[in-house]
Every structure is written in C-alpha cells, then in structure tokens.
Design a protein around this ligand. Structure first.
Ligand code: PEP
Ligand code: MN
Length: 333
C-alpha cells in the first residue's frame, strides 16, 4: 500500500502517522520528495482501513498495490483451476454447457427439457427450485419438490444438476445436488458464502446485479477461505442505464477475470439480455471470447413458462445454437 502525504506536513505529524502504521505490524519505507513524502507500507496491509488512512488531513492519496483477494488470486496460483463434477470438467480448456429451464415446473417439463438439451450436447442441467423473485406474488419455485424432480431428471439423463440455494437454512435439502448456485441477489450473502465454504461441493457464484469484479472475487474468497476451492464464476450481466436489455453483458469481465483469478468463468447470456433472440449472438461472443462455459435457459413452452419465458430458447433453437457454439470454439482454438 502506498500513502502519499500532502505537501508541507510537519515532521511531527509525519512521525505520528508512521508510528501508528508501525503499531499495526507494518514496515514503513519513507521516500522524501521535493514537495511530497510517500510512504510504502510492507506487511499484511489487509488489516489497514484504507478509507481511514485516506480521511486523515495530512494524507493526499492512498493506493493498494496488492489485491485483497488471496486464495482466488492467480498471482499465488498461476495454473487454471479445473472444477470437476463427475465426468464433467470446467476450466483450462474444458468447456461446459449448462442448460435447462429457469424454474422446475413439473416432472414432465424438466425430464423432457433435460433429454432435449442432452441430445444437443449440454453436459449439465439447470433448473430453479427456490426462486429469488422480485415480487413476492410471483411463482416462488417448487422448492423441495423441485429438487426431487431435478433428481429424477438426473436419473433419466445422467446430467449433473445445478440449482440455486437462497438460504443457509435450506442447506440440508441440497445434500444430493451436484452444483449449488449462488444467485446474483445473494452474491454478498456472507453467511451463506461461509457455509458453502465448508462444503465439498462445486459452487456456481454469479456476479451481483451491481457488483464490481473485485467484489465478486471477494465473495469467492469468502467461500475459499473456509476451505472450498471448487468455484465457478459467472458473468450474468450488470445493471446499467440502458433498458433495452434486462442487464448489460460485461463480456470484458471474462478475460479480465482470467487475468485476476485461476477460477473458471462462465457466461449466462439469458439473464444478461432477457431477450431470447439476443441469447445466441451473446453466447457465441462469449464462447469466442474465452468463457469456460455457458449457462442458458431453455423451455419447451416459453409462452407459458412460470418464470423468464421471454429469455428462454426452445429446445430446437438451443440445438442450433449448440452446434454453432461448437463451430466457434473450433474456429478460435
Ligand atoms: C437464475 O439463474 O435463474 C437466476 C435467478 O439468475 P440470477 O441470479 O443471475 O438473476
Ligand atoms: Mn431465470
């Protein structure tokens, strides 16, 4: 961390500041310039409240030179992490295709969609049983029954299942789920993240509606610091000033996250756009741009879907898209 002091700070005030910083166990390198003094702090600067230092009247600017995330930082773990779910691998060149409805609605629906997406090349099945809806009057998901229906679909197809957990209290119900999804609205539910850190199960961590990449990585850090290193990050669009699309897909997040972290990064073009016809071009762009996978909503009857019909592809549309994704991956290999 670097602290630049304002011009003409008295020796005494400078000394007091250095003593205070040293009392936190830091070594302080002092560099006296013609007008300004710059302090270089070495040691565990995580404990330093940057805002507090910046608020001091003798301080001009404060800058962190090392990131606060450690476990997920590529600097300390240069090789890509590969998350494995049975035979499915994600990361370091292994691409995953997760597909399925927004919500599990019935056995017929989830089993039918699972069979269709599997035939198109999907290697995992998604489906919400616990749904985080903006309105309390909207369909909230089939909950425990939905989880049982997902397991039936897994039995019928062999596809591992990915489904969202909203609360720590539901954890016992998720024992037999392959990948637990933390949705955008829960990205900073720190109690939940810490509990998930104690599991030995892959976690799909979605970026929050208005969260920075650093905040996403700090949430991954909450899980990893508790021992669970199997995390898949997901860019699913963020809220911006434009309202033509449901969210704005931040595709640059993919290569940037690959620089910052060794964790795999997938893209959700369905929630990023909210419009089915925009899903294929964004999915292809994500595949071309180096994403480690895609999570796409597919529904057999989007017009009557209980949730997110507008952004759901029909199975036959997904089938065409899956072929094009394979072609794009081949082309950019
Ligand atoms: C979902 O995947 O169905 C979902 C609710 O996603 P998000 O948390 O990204 O909005
Ligand atoms: Mn959805």
């Amino acid at each position: 961390m670097i602290v630049a002091l304002k011009a003409n700070v008295s020796k005494e005030r400078k000394h007091q500041l250095i003593e205070w910083l040293e009392s936190m166990g830091l070594t302080v390198h002092v560099s006296e310039g013609m007008y300004q003094t710059v302090l270089g702090l070495v040691g565990d600067t995580n404990k330093v409240d940057m805002d507090l230092v910046a608020s001091l009247d003798i301080v001009d600017t404060v800058k962190r030179v090392s990131e606060p995330f450690k476990c997920c930082n590529r600097k300390f773990h240069p090789e890509d992490t590969v998350v494995e779910i049975g035979d499915v691998k994600i990361g370091s060149g292994h691409f995953c295709m997760i597909a399925g409805p927004c919500s599990v609605e019935s056995e017929e629906q989830i089993v039918g969609i699972a069979k269709a997406v599997k035939a198109s090349g999907a290697n995992m099945l998604r489906g919400g049983a616990f749904k985080p809806r903006t309105s309390p009057y909207d369909f909230q998901g089939l909950k425990a029954t939905g989880l049982e229906l997902l397991k039936i679909a897994r039995r019928e197809t062999g596809l591992p299942i990915v489904t969202e957990i909203m609360s720590v209290t539901d954890l016992p119900l998720f024992d037999d789920v392959d990948v637990l999804q933390v949705g955008a609205r829960n990205m900073q539910n720190f109690d939940l993240l810490q509990e998930l850190g104690r599991l030995h199960k892959p976690i799909l961590l979605k970026r929050g509606l208005a969260n920075t990449l650093k905040e996403l990585l700090m949430s991954a850090e909450y899980i990893m610091a508790n021992g669970n290193e199997q995390i898949i990050l997901c860019e699913r669009g963020i809220r911006t000033f434009d309202d033509y699309t449901r969210n704005t897909l931040d595709l640059a997040a993919v290569p940037m996250l690959h620089e910052l972290t060794h964790l795999p990064v997938i893209v959700d073009p369905s929630h990023a756009t909210g419009i089915a016809r925009l899903v294929p071009p964004m999915a292809l762009a994500a595949a071309a741009g180096g994403a480690d996978g895609l999570i796409i909503e597919v529904h057999n009857d989007p017009l009557h879907a209980l949730c997110d019909g507008a952004q759901s592809l029909r199975p036959e549309e997904y089938d065409v898209l899956a072929g094009r994704i394979r072609a794009v991956r081949e082309a950019v290999r």
